[in-house]
Design a protein. Structure first.
Lengths: 108, 894
C-alpha cells in the first residue's frame, strides 16, 4: 500500500478536515476552489475519493434523496484515522524537504 | 395574488443524457447529483442561466474524462457495464473478433474481397476529387472565366482574341470586374551552365491581381510595366526558382537573359500557383508589351491574346456572355476588315478544364460503384452461408432470451468489423493503385492538366473510405442480420431440415443473380470502350507514326535578325542530322500533328473574286522543308512534293492536301493554280497534292491544309521530325550535339515521339477502357466465386435428395444436367437483368464512344461468351461433386 498522497489528494483530505460532517462533493469542491483558486470537476473529486476510500483513508455514506439533485442522494465523506496519519506523514515529508529553503519560496 | 412561478432554469438536457449514458449508476448518482445541485444553488445565481449551462457542459465532459484516467489498482469500474448500448457494442465487438478468428479462411476471403472493392473505390474517388472537385489555386475561382474567340461563320473556336479587341472589351465591359490577357511565349533562358527552353507567358500587368494570388517574394507587375516601353521585368515560378536558381532569395533584383534580352527578376510565385492551366504551365511570366494603338493600325490580326476575366458576380455568366457578344458585334461593324464574323464565348475556367475528363471519370465512378456492390454481394453471400451454419447457435441464443435486437446487432457488428479491416487494407490498396496510375499516365499530362498535381490520398479520400466502410458493412450485414432475426428455434434445432431453409437459399440465389447482372454490366461497358479504342486506333492518320522523333527549336536574338541566317540554321541542322546513322528521313515543320499548336491562314485563289472580309476561305498553314513528307510518311497523290530546288529566289510554290482539293476545287485541277496565303502579297503555285493528315484528334473531321517551303517562308520556331530505324529516343543526344555544333546557345525542347503524341490524344478513352477491363475482370472473378458458392451450397444441402434419386436409378447425366440447369438459370436471369442495366448505363459515357453508338447490339452479345465461361467454371466443381455422391453414404448420413 502506498504511504504517500498526491497533492490533489492532500487537498481533499484537508477539505474533509475542515468540513467535518458537511463534506460531500459540492462542499468539497467549493472549499478547495475558494481557498486555492483551483477549479476541479465533480468527476475528479469522485474518482479520487473512491480511490482514497478503497485505500481505507476515507469512508463514505449515502444521505437522503434531495429535491434539488433531482431526487438523488448525497454521498458524505469522512476522514479515517489512517487517512489522517497518511496526511500527516505527507506533510512532514514536504516540511523536511523545505527546511531552510523558505527564502527561495518567499514564504514568511 | 397568485404568482406563477417561472420554471427554474435546468441544465442542458443533452449533457445530462451524456452523463447518464456513460456513467455507471452509482457514480452517476453522485456526480450528476453534485452537478445539478451546484448548478441550481450556486452557478445560476452567480453567472446567469446561459453561462451556467456552459459551465454544466464543461463539468460534464471534464468529469467523464476524469473518470477515464487509469485508476490505481484495483481498477475501478466507473463507466457503464452490463446492458448498456455502449457496453453491448463492446461485447459484440469482442465476440465478433473471436468468431472471425475462429474461421480464418472465411475472414481472409471476405477481408481481401472487401479491400479490393473498397480500395478501388477510394482510388477512383481520389482521382475524381483531384481532377474534378479540387478548387483552382486562385482567389474565388468560380468567378474566373475564359473569354475565347469564336468563329461565327463556321461555329468554331478561335481561342484567342486580338489585343486590340481585348483592350476595347476591357474598357467597355460592366459585368466583369476586370479582364486580363496572356500569350504563350517560350524563350531561351541563357546565362548559367546550359541554355534552357522555358515555357513563358506574356501577361497584361493586371493579370496577377485579377487572379488574386500574392507572390511569395517580391512583387508582381506594376501598371507601367505593361505596354511598349515598359521595363523588362520577369516573375519566376516556384518550380523554376528552385530548379534553376537553387531557391536563392538573392535572385530578386538580378537580371536573367531571355532570348538574349536582360530581364530583372521582381517576384517569385508560391509553390501551388500555376498559370495558365491549359497547355503548358508557365515557368516564368513577363509583361505584355503590345501597344493598343499600333496593333489596331496594323490590322489587328496578329497580336493575339487569350483573355481571362473575373466576373463581378459568379452567377452572371449569361449576362457576361451577352454583353461581350454585343460588344464584339459592335466591333465587327466598326472594323469590318479585321473583326467581321468574330464572336466570343465565355466559359468558366474550371468547367473548361475538366470537360474532357469528366465523362470518363463519372463512368469510372459508376463502374466502381458496381464493383463495390458486387463485393458487398459476395461478402453478404459468404456471411449468409455462415449464418446458416450458425443457425443453431443463433436459435439457442434467441431461445435463451437474447432478443432479436441483440442478434441483429451481433450480426451487424461482425460485418462492420469485416468492413473495417477490409477498409484498412483497402487504403493500402488504394495507395498502390494511385501510385501505378501516377506512373502510367504520360508525363504530358503533368504539364497540361492543372489540378492533376496530387493524385494522392488526402483527408477527403480517407473520409470517403470511412463512409465506404460503414455503408459496405451495413449492406453486407443486412442479410445475415435479418436472417438472424427470424431464427426460429424449432425449425433450426429440428433434425435434418429440408435442403436449407428456403429463405436463405432464395437470398443466395438472388445475390448470385445480382452478381451476374453487375458483372455483365461491367463487361458490356468494357467491350464498348474496347471497341471504341479499337476504332480509334484504326483511324487513318495520314502519316506513319512509328519510329518518328520530334523536337523543337526556337530561334531568337540578334544573330537571327536576317532571314538568310534563319534559313542557314535550319538547313545546316537538317543536313547534319540527316547524316547521323540510322536516320532515314528528316525535315522541319512549323506545327507537328497532334502537338498542341495549330496555325490557320486565310487564302485566296488567283483569278477568283475577292471574298468578303471575315468570309475568306481558311486552311491549315504549314511551313515545311522537303524532308518532312518522307519523315512522316505522308503520301504524295499528285504532282510533286517540296524539293530542295524550291529556294528563296525561285518560283514560290505550295502543296495542298486532298481535303483542300475536295473542298475548294471539286471539279477543277489544282496543279498550276496560284494561291495567296494570309496577308502576304506572294502568289504560290500549287505543284502537288498530298494525303490529308489528322491534326488534333483522331475523332475530328478532316480539314484542308496548305504547305509552303521553309526556304521561301522562313520562321523562327520549327519542329524537327525524324524517322529512324533505331528507337527514336536514343538519338536525342546526338541530335543535340549537331544542333549545338551549328549554334552552341540553342536548346532543343519538346522532345517526344509522334507515337506518344498520338497515344496521348486518346488518353481518356484508353485509360477508361483499361480500368474498366480491370474492374470487369475482378467482377467476373467474384461472380464465379459467388456462383460457385451457391451451387456448392445447393449440392451439399441436397445431398440426400440427390442420393435418393441416384438410388432410384437416376444416372450421371441427369444429376449433372440438374446442376447445370440451376447454374444456367442464374446466369440467364442475371444476364438479362445485366444487359438491361447496361443499356441504361451506357448512355452515361456515350461521349467516350467512337465509331459506335450505345445502341450497338453486337457489343452486348460479345459479353455473353465471357459470362458463359464464368458459369461453366463455377459449375465444374459442384457438378463433379454431385455426380460423385455415393447414394448409400448420402442416405445413411444425417
Amino acid at each position: 500500500m502506498r504511504t504517500h498522497l498526491g497533492e490533489f489528494e492532500q487537498l481533499l483530505l484537508f477539505a474533509l478536515l475542515r468540513l467535518d460532517d458537511r463534506a460531500y462533493g459540492v462542499t468539497i469542491r467549493r472549499e478547495i476552489e475558494e481557498r486555492t483558486g483551483r477549479g476541479i470537476s465533480a468527476g475528479a473529486v469522485y474518482t479520487a475519493m473512491e480511490r482514497l476510500e478503497h485505500r481505507g483513508f476515507v469512508s463514505s455514506r449515502l444521505g437522503e434523496p434531495v429535491r434539488v439533485r433531482g431526487g438523488r442522494r448525497r454521498r458524505f465523506y469522512r476522514l479515517e484515522p489512517a487517512g489522517l496519519e497518511c496526511l500527516r506523514r505527507s506533510q512532514l515529508a514536504i516540511e523536511r524537504m523545505r527546511e531552510g529553503l523558505e527564502a527561495y519560496l518567499e514564504i514568511p | 395574488m397568485s404568482m406563477e412561478r417561472f420554471p427554474p432554469p435546468s441544465p442542458p438536457t443533452a449533457a445530462r443524457w451524456w452523463l447518464r449514458f456513460v456513467l455507471r449508476k452509482a457514480s452517476h448518482e453522485v456526480i450528476a447529483g453534485d452537478l445539478e445541485e451546484e448548478f441550481a444553488t450556486e452557478i445560476v445565481p452567480r453567472l446567469g442561466t446561459t453561462k451556467a449551462r456552459r459551465w454544466f457542459w464543461r463539468q460534464a465532459i471534464l468529469s467523464v474524462l476524469a473518470c477515464l484516467r487509469p485508476p490505481s489498482s484495483p481498477p475501478q469500474e466507473l463507466l457503464r457495464r452490463g446492458d448498456h448500448p455502449m457496453d453491448i457494442f463492446l461485447q459484440n465487438l469482442r465476440f465478433g473478433l473471436r468468431m472471425l478468428r475462429k474461421s480464418p479462411t472465411f475472414t481472409l476471403a471476405a477481408v481481401l474481397t472487401l479491400s479490393l472493392g473498397i480500395g478501388a473505390s477510394i482510388a477512383i474517388f481520389s482521382a475524381v476529387h483531384s481532377f474534378l472537385l479540387k478548387p483552382l489555386p486562385y482567389a474565388e475561382p468560380e468567378e474566373l472565366v475564359f473569354a475565347l474567340g469564336w468563329d461565327e461563320e463556321r461555329g468554331r473556336m478561335r481561342f484567342s482574341l486580338s489585343f486590340a479587341d481585348f483592350v476595347d472589351l476591357r474598357a467597355r465591359t460592366e459585368t466583369f470586374e476586370d479582364l486580363a490577357g496572356y500569350r504563350y511565349w517560350s524563350a531561351n533562358l541563357t546565362g548559367g551552365e546550359h541554355p534552357e527552353r522555358v515555357q513563358a507567358y506574356q501577361m497584361t500587368s493586371n493579370a496577377f491581381d485579377l487572379l488574386g494570388v500574392e507572390p511569395s517574394f517580391g512583387r508582381t507587375f506594376a501598371v507601367q510595366e505593361g505596354g511598349a516601353g515598359g521595363d523588362k521585368v520577369v516573375v519566376l515560378s516556384h518550380a523554376l526558382w528552385q530548379r534553376r536558381f537553387a531557391a536563392a532569395e538573392g535572385i530578386l533584383g538580378q537580371e536573367i537573359l531571355l532570348d538574349g534580352t536582360p530581364h530583372t527578376v521582381v517576384g517569385i510565385m508560391p509553390p501551388h500557383f500555376a498559370f495558365p492551366l491549359m497547355n503548358f504551365k508557365g515557368e516564368l511570366w513577363v509583361p505584355l508589351t503590345d501597344d493598343p494603338q499600333t496593333v489596331r493600325a496594323n490590322g489587328g490580326g496578329s497580336a493575339a491574346v487569350v483573355v481571362v476575366g473575373r466576373l463581378r458576380d459568379a452567377a452572371a455568366l449569361a449576362q457576361a456572355q451577352a454583353e461581350l457578344s454585343k460588344e464584339m458585334s459592335l466591333l465587327a461593324e466598326e472594323f469590318p476588315e479585321t473583326n467581321a464574323g468574330i464572336g466570343v464565348r465565355v466559359f468558366q475556367i474550371h468547367e473548361m478544364l475538366t470537360r474532357d475528363f469528366r465523362p470518363a471519370l463519372w463512368a469510372l465512378m459508376v463502374a466502381v460503384g458496381l464493383v463495390l456492390l458486387l463485393v458487398c454481394a459476395n461478402v453478404a453471400n459468404l456471411l449468409l452461408g455462415r449464418a446458416v451454419e450458425r443457425r443453431r447457435e443463433l436459435a439457442v441464443r434467441n431461445a435463451l432470451g437474447a432478443g432479436t435486437g441483440r442478434l441483429v446487432g451481433q450480426m451487424l457488428t461482425e460485418s462492420w468489423l469485416l468492413a473495417f479491416f477490409g477498409g484498412a487494407l483497402g487504403v493500402a490498396v488504394a495507395y498502390g493503385m494511385l501510385r501505378v496510375l501516377r506512373a502510367s499516365l504520360p508525363s504530358m499530362v503533368y504539364k497540361v492538366m492543372p489540378t492533376y498535381g496530387a493524385l494522392e490520398l488526402d483527408f477527403m479520400a480517407l473520409g470517403f473510405a470511412l463512409v465506404a466502410v460503414l455503408v459496405t458493412g451495413t449492406v453486407c450485414g443486412l442479410g445475415p442480420a435479418l436472417r438472424a432475426a427470424r431464427s426460429d428455434l424449432r425449425g433450426e434445432l429440428g433434425e435434418g431440415g429440408p435442403a436449407g431453409s428456403p429463405g436463405a437459399r432464395r437470398a443466395r440465389w438472388t445475390l448470385a443473380v445480382g452478381q451476374v447482372g453487375l458483372s455483365s454490366m461491367l463487361l458490356v461497358s468494357t467491350v464498348f470502350l474496347a471497341r471504341s479504342v479499337q476504332n480509334l486506333l484504326q483511324v487513318d492518320t495520314g502519316f506513319e507514326e512509328q519510329g518518328v522523333l520530334a523536337l523543337s527549336v526556337s530561334l531568337a536574338g540578334e544573330r537571327y535578325a536576317e532571314a538568310e541566317a534563319v534559313r542557314q540554321f535550319f538547313d545546316q541542322v537538317e543536313q547534319r542530322v540527316g547524316g547521323l546513322p540510322g536516320v532515314e528521313a528528316v525535315g522541319w515543320v512549323n506545327t507537328l500533328p497532334f502537338s498542341t499548336s495549330e496555325s490557320w491562314r486565310s487564302f485566296a485563289f488567283e483569278g477568283r473574286p475577292e471574298s468578303e472580309p471575315g468570309k475568306e476561305p481558311r486552311a491549315r498553314y504549314r511551313v515545311a522543308s522537303p524532308g518532312y513528307f518522307d519523315a512522316l510518311g505522308i503520301k504524295r497523290l499528285r504532282g510533286r512534293v517540296l524539293a530542295p530546288e524550291d529556294r528563296a529566289n525561285s518560283v514560290p510554290v505550295a502543296l495542298v492536301d486532298r481535303t483542300f482539293v475536295e473542298r475548294f476545287l471539286p471539279e477543277g485541277e489544282a496543279l498550276g493554280l496560284r494561291v495567296r496565303v494570309g496577308p502576304t502579297a506572294t502568289w504560290h503555285e500549287i505543284v502537288g497534292v498530298v494525303e490529308s493528315v489528322r491534326h488534333t484528334q483522331l475523332t475530328e473531321g478532316e480539314e484542308p491544309s496548305i504547305y509552303v517551303p521553309l526556304e521561301q517562308q522562313p520562321r523562327m520556331k520549327m519542329t524537327l521530325a525524324l524517322r529512324s530505324t533505331s528507337p527514336p529516343l536514343t538519338l536525342v543526344d546526338s541530335i543535340r550535339r549537331e544542333v549545338q555544333a551549328v549554334d552552341p546557345g540553342q536548346p532543343i525542347f519538346q522532345i517526344t515521339t509522334l507515337e506518344s503524341l498520338v497515344a496521348e490524344s486518346h488518353l481518356a478513352q484508353t485509360a477508361a477502357m483499361l480500368l474498366m477491363a480491370v474492374f470487369a475482370g475482378f467482377a467476373l472473378a467474384l461472380t464465379a466465386l459467388g456462383l460457385y458458392g451457391v451451387l456448392a451450397y445447393m449440392v451439399s444441402q441436397g445431398t440426400r435428395e440427390i442420393g435418393l434419386r441416384m438410388a432410384l436409378g437416376a444416372g450421371f447425366s441427369q444429376v449433372l444436367s440438374g446442376v447445370l440447369r440451376e447454374a444456367l438459370g442464374m446466369v440467364v436471369a442475371g444476364t438479362v437483368l445485366g444487359l438491361a442495366g447496361a443499356w441504361g448505363v451506357s448512355k452515361l459515357f456515350t461521349s467516350l464512344l467512337y465509331g459506335l453508338t450505345s445502341e450497338n447490339l453486337g457489343t452486348y452479345l460479345l459479353a455473353l461468351p465471357f459470362l458463359a465461361l464464368v458459369a461453366f467454371l463455377a459449375c465444374v466443381v459442384p457438378a463433379l461433386r454431385a455426380v460423385r455422391i455415393d447414394p448409400v453414404v448420402a442416405l445413411r448420413a444425417e
